[in-house]
Design a protein around this ligand. Structure first.
Ligand code: ADP
Ligand code: MG
Length: 691
């Protein structure tokens, strides 16, 4: 590859390709649909389908697929070839507008949280023209929404699009008060994706990595991440050539891959794109995760996207950089310089602050997964307590406004807001608080709690919806107020005062913060079973139904699906752990103990005294007995009580996970005293350093 500009988007049916291949009128009508969400007429769809097919065939495609995002958090695809039989028993390649616009995959085997009984198997996919079709492995991929026969959404894209509509509607009402009428308001996301690489052969020797994506056993390596020598360190050749191929593949698919570097932990890395609109960013993040996996395979590597592959070593997150802006290119969370615009900024800032404070429990629930529970609050990732960090300068301005300084409220007078003092914060990236789960970073907020493996759809559905809700409340208050600027500023200041508690600029890892947060009344939802009930509570149902993002049924089924995902994950981990303990670790310990005791016996026969070795044999025997006892305890825990999903979740949290942890402790101690040649699978040192 020599020319990035040439390969960029070469596998995408993007605007230049459309323009080149579509009749002028058709192209115009399609662009209108893409930009404004207008309905497509079937004649246009037929013309687009034809052009798409021709382009796909020229690029070696034989099939097309409606690409959708079911509740698994992964993507799904079913491929149909373009062939159409003719009268003389040959085939031609056909693709109609109808086939482009709608598909009917069997929906029975996707999680629906009881939304749809399996006999009602019908699900529909509907083309999302705003996300471009692309080519992968000789198939034409068409991004689609996925809904049930009765209209309930079964996927992650549809509600994301609905939440975009909610932001659009609410933000426009606010902007109208400032005399602005942009065509559209959108949200933007730039997700920073962390991941680990591991040698594929070594990974395949570990059942836990194979089945669950994380290590369930493993003593700490002699060298961890204490030296801080990996972060931004020189990239190893094998990894660099992997990264190069990842970039190239992503560029071909139109993904704006931008930044790559080594992360804090050994064998941990990050890739970040340039931000785009949330719907596109979500599709592209799914593609990025897929490409990371496939390309790793080409290099004899395996890409671990799990939030916590290794105990005692940093886990992987996905920093969700989020902002809102208008179709005219105005970023609404950019402080700017002009005071009159700053009042508008302060109002949007206040809306985000209020949204995060009012709905911090739902935000927490949006990142609740079994994997992420190992990460949040574990002194490396942000704590499970949601708080916000504004940065020194902005916090000072907010404080000043709260104290009533620099604000004159005399009727008719131009308001002295004091906000002329607002510096242009855009370039300011110096003061960072890595412990904050929700930090202002110049013109956006960075939500750092999401897990690396998560689809970013769920998080941004929540973010868009809660901010849309506070903007709606603000618009209701401000509608009809004569002096918009004064009323808006007053409302912003009132909001800053009322939601003071969510702002925290200190160390989020400290024990004092946990106590302080409790005093402030901020929820500390440590685990998924603690958090998810908040997602299905009445407050959440009211929010999502009012903003028309989910129906009540959709909220409940989504909560159930997330809970079941947690339950299934812990269940498989428990079974994988038992298998490894019984079939691999225990036999290895017995074998090694036998080696030591045989050796002792032969020494004794020769009259050689070996007191240390005898000690070792005793320790090995005692620990192996302990291992067997703990295996029995975990075995008993496999009898899961018959409760609803939330009850079962609590059981996994309170009974199963502690039993797993204590079994691991004994096994890891044994690993440190059993000879390496007896240990049945690669150790942490092998996995982390042989990349
Ligand atoms: P960091 O220094 O936080 O690690 P990175 O450059 O790795 O920064 O990632 C920052 C991400 O934020 C990038 O994806 C970038 O495109 C994105 N970003 C920048 N501005 C905005 C914005 N206004 N809205 C959303 N995302 C943004
Ligand atoms: Mg980064």
């Amino acid at each position: 590859m020599n020319n990035v500009t040439e390969i960029f988007g070469s596998k995408v049916f993007n605007l230049p390709t459309m323009k080149e291949r579509l009749p002028k009128e058709i192209y115009k009508s399609l662009v209108k649909t893409i930009n404004e969400g207008t309905k497509l007429d079937i004649n246009v769809a037929n013309a687009v389908a034809h052009a798409m097919k021709e382009w796909a065939l020229e690029n070696g495609c034989t099939h097309y697929t409606h690409w959708f995002q079911p509740m698994t958090g992964l993507t799904a695809e079913k491929h149909d070839s373009f062939i159409q039989p003719t009268d003389n028993r040959t085939v031609i390649m056909e693709f109609s507008g109808k086939e482009l616009v709608m598909g009917e995959p069997d929906a029975s085997s996707f999680p629906s949280g009881g939304l749809r009984a399996t006999f009602e198997a019908r699900g529909y996919t509907a083309w999302d023209p705003s996300s471009f079709a692309f080519i992968k492995d000789h198939s034409l991929y068409i991004p689609t929404s996925f809904v049930s026969y009765t209209g309930e959404v079964l996927d992650k894209k549809t509600p994301l699009l609905r939440s975009e509509a909610a932001i659009d509607k609410a933000a426009k009402r606010i902007l109208a008060l400032f005399g602005k009428t942009p065509k559209r308001v959108v949200s933007y996301v730039g997700p920073e994706q962390e991941y680990f690489l591991v040698d594929k052969k070594l990974r395949n020797q570990r059942k836990d990595l194979l089945l669950t994506g994380r290590t369930l056993f493993g003593a700490k390596p002699a060298k961890g991440q204490e030296m801080d020598d990996h972060y931004f360190g020189q990239i190893k050749e094998r990894v660099a050539s992997f990264m190069k191929e990842v970039d190239e593949e992503l560029w071909k698919l139109g993904v704006l891959a931008k930044t790559k570097h080594n992360e804090v932990a050994p064998a941990q890395h990050e890739i970040a794109p340039i931000f785009s609109t949330t719907n596109i960013s979500n599709d592209h993040n799914q593609l990025t995760m897929e490409v990371l996996k496939t390309v790793a395979d080409h290099h004899g590597l395996y890409c671990l996207l799990h939030e916590k592959p290794y105990d005692g070593i940093n886990g992987s997150g996905k920093h969700n950089n989020w902002s809102i802006g208008t179709s005219d290119g105005e970023l609404l969370l950019k402080p700017g310089k002009k005071p009159e615009e700053n009042v508008q900024f302060l109002l949007f800032l206040a809306a985000v602050i209020k949204a995060v404070d009012d709905y911090s429990d739902i935000l927490r629930a949006s990142v609740a997964t079994a994997g992420n529970d190992h990460r949040l609050g574990a002194n490396e990732a942000p704590p499970a307590i949601i708080s916000m960090y504004l940065g020194d300068q902005l916090a000072a301005i907010v404080d000043q406004l709260k104290a009533g300084k620099g604000v004159k409220h005399e009727e008719g007078e131009i308001i002295e807001t004091g906000v002329e003092l607002l510096p242009d914060l855009e370039k300011d990236t110096t003061d960072r608080n890595r412990t904050s789960p929700f930090a202002f970073t110049g013109n956006r907020f960075e939500f750092r709690a999401p897990g690396s493996r998560q689809s970013i759809a769920g998080i941004n559905i929540v973010l868009n919806t809660i901010v849309a809700e506070t903007l709606t409340e603000f618009a209701d208050i401000l509608d009809g107020s004569g002096n918009t600027h004064k009323a808006a500023l007053d409302l912003a200041i009132k909001t800053f005062r009322e939601h003071d508690r969510i702002i925290f600029n200190g160390n989020g890892y400290s024990d004092e913060w946990v106590i302080e947060a409790e005093k402030r009344g901020l929820p500390n939802l440590k685990t998924t079973p603690d958090a998810l009930p908040h997602f299905v509570a009445q407050k959440s149902i009211d929010l999502f139904t009012k903003q028309e993002v989910f129906t009540e049924l959709e909220v409940k089924t989504r909560g159930e699906i997330m809970m079941e995902d947690y339950n299934n994950t812990v269940h498989f981990e428990m079974l994988a752990m038992l298998e490894m303990a019984k079939q691999e670790i225990l036999p290895a310990c017995l074998k090694y103990t036998k080696f030591v005791t045989d050796d002792l016996a032969s020494k004794k026969a020769l009259g050689i005294d070996a007191p240390k070795e005898l000690e070792k044999a005793k320790t090995l025997t005692a620990l192996t007995e302990e291992l067997m006892t703990k295996i029995d305890i975990l075995d008993e825990a496999t009898a899961v009580p018959e409760l609803d999903a939330y009850g079962v979740g609590m059981y996994y949290k309170n009974t199963v996970l502690p039993a797993m942890e204590t079994l691991r402790e004994t096994a890891d101690t044994l690993e440190t005293i059993v000879a390496k040649e007896y240990w049945p699978f690669p150790t942490y040192t092998d996995l982390l350093y042989l990349v």
